[in-house]
Design a protein around this ligand. Sequence first.
Ligand code: HEM
Length: 173
Amino acid sequence: MSPTTGSLLSALYTWIDSNDFWRQQQAYLQKMQQQTQQQGPQTDGDYSRVSAVLKSPLIRAMQESPTPPLPHRTAVQELKLGNVLVKPGERIVLGIVSAALQQLEQPVANDAEATRLLFGGNYGEPASQATAHACPGQSMSFGAMLGIISTLFELEGTLRSTGALTLTLNERD
Ligand code: HEM
């Protein structure tokens, strides 16, 4: 399963399982309505408002169940990670799940730090802080996930849980 699909499904699972899905949906619709009142209708293709409203909650949900959970790499040259000397050929396993859960315990939510952990570093925003091997697909996957979730939230009708971790759409009369 690709990390984008896995992350999206995990986030939706977390929300549906805790009933937070409907709270998130109401909060999203309310905030989007406020934005429309203040700034006029959203223009096609501009997802900055969706991102402003939905990206933080999505990052919180991704932290609860990160995908990939345990990426591993083999060192091709000697390097130092903190106080540990890593020799060529040695395997490095990133415990993203426990690190992300630890981050969730922090009192102040920090999207930038959480995103760096979930995507294995900083791909280049700003370029001066880019790290080796960070995921290059970050913006693309946020675009896809936010697009799908906002479309679900904006569907005309009522989304109900079936108990089997799927949703059905009851269309409005
Ligand atoms: C929510 C979706 C995604 C998550 C959470 C994610 C997460 C990650 C993580 C944790 C790494 C490991 C970084 C490391 O080794 O230090 C990685 C690497 C990578 N990802 Fe993603 N990824 C996602 C989507 C994507 C997409 C959509 C693409 C491509 C279209 C992509 C392409 C890559 C590539 C090529 C690497 C290797 C980078 C390197 O070793 O230099 N990823 N990703």
